[in-house]
Design a protein around this ligand. Structure first.
Ligand code: NAP
Length: 304
């Protein structure tokens, strides 16, 4: 056991997956939870929490680890609410997808003697809510920590132990770099997926039924990403504004260059570009972050 009492605040996909993984690994003595709605609290009580409280303040009392698992935009108000009730020596971490904004919102509310170590599991699905979690979500996935200078080494090592116990690989980096990396690998791709699905929806010359019927040709993978939780993604773009605007600017330039190559019939440009990008996919497979099976090893759905 690594922590005696872990308080999970917000009980959706990430928190429920953490609870299942902590239980499976015997990593926490007691798992206490709090969520905004009575319905979520009741599901969590039945499925994965030892104890569920009616307020966040009550849930964090006596916890040696507190994990903030709410949307990024809700972190600041939550930190203000729980700050005075945190146990001396406790560690507080979060799982927010953006780090600079979360640190700015949360750190001012952390009392002296409490270790705030921001984090971000790079694992998720397009499902949300307390029923969507599963114990293996973090298996062989990266969990990034962005500790500020002067972070207590013992508290950091202990948190790392918990995350590794849930199957994650842990890396540390500074918060601005995290936000730039995530703008490239996650935030901007999500925005592009939302746009592509929106374009298909707006286009009246191709019917919705055709889009859905023939989606296996590429569109289907955009739809999975574009089905992600709207609140979470609204908050990501509102709080990682600079980095996503930077990457979107570069993306738009590249898109125009490819558009021009298509217009001019510049096959060499297109071929060279696609050859370079193919190598990235190979790198992801070699790093063990995805399967090499064709079409991600999918079994065709019934009727395809
Ligand atoms: P989720 O399944 O939608 O769950 C969010 C939880 O937060 C719910 O229990 C919800 O309570 C609660 N909540 C929402 N707004 C709140 C507020 N204003 N005050 C208090 N509680 C509130 O979300 P999730 O996917 O677990 O994401 C949680 C965090 O993890 C987010 O910061 C997200 O950026 C980060 N993250 C997500 C992924 C992913 O792929 N999903 C991956 C990595 C990191 P109710 O159920 O009662 O409404």
């Amino acid at each position: 056991m690594i922590y005696q009492r872990v308080a999970l605040i917000g009980l959706g996909l990430i928190a429920s997956s953490m609870a299942h993984a902590m239980r499976a690994g015997g990593l926490a003595g007691e798992i206490v939870g709090y969520a905004r709605s009575a319905e979520t609290r009741s599901i969590a009580r039945d499925l994965f929490c030892d104890r569920v409280c009616d307020t966040a303040q009550e849930a964090v009392q006596g916890a040696d680890l507190v994990v903030l698992c709410v949307p990024v935009g809700a972190m600041g108000a939550l930190a203000a609410e729980i700050g005075p009730h945190l146990a001396p020596g406790a560690t507080v971490t979060d799982v927010g997808s953006v780090k600079q904004a979360v640190i700015a919102a949360v750190a001012p509310h952390m009392p002296a003697g409490v270790h705030f170590i921001p984090g971000h599991p790079m694992a998720g699905t397009e499902y949300s809510g307390p029923r969507s979690g599963f114990a293996t979500l973090f298996q062989n996935r990266w969990w990034l920590l962005t500790p500020v200078e002067g972070t207590d080494e013992g508290a950091l090592a202990r948190l790392r132990g918990l995350l590794e116990g849930m199957g994650a690989n842990v890396d540390t980096m500074d918060a601005p770099h995290h936000d730039l990396v995530l703008a490239v690998v996650s935030h901007t791709p999500h925005l592009i997926a939302y746009t592509m699905v929106g374009v298909a929806d707006d286009l009246r010359r191709v019917s919705n039924s055709e889009v859905i019927k023939y989606s296996a040709t590429g569109f289907r993978d955009f739809t999975r990403i574009a089905a992600s939780d709207p609140t979470m993604w609204r908050d990501v773009f509102l709080t990682n504004k600079d980095a996503t605007l930077d990457i979107l600017g570069r993306f738009t330039e590249e898109l125009f260059a490819l558009q021009r190559a298509i217009r001019l019939g510049d096959g060499d440009h297109l071929h060279a570009y696609f050859t370079r990008t193919r190598a990235i996919r190979r790198g992801i497979i070699e790093a063990g972050q995805d399967t090499s099976a064709p079409d991600f090893g999918r079994v065709p759905a019934k009727g395809l």
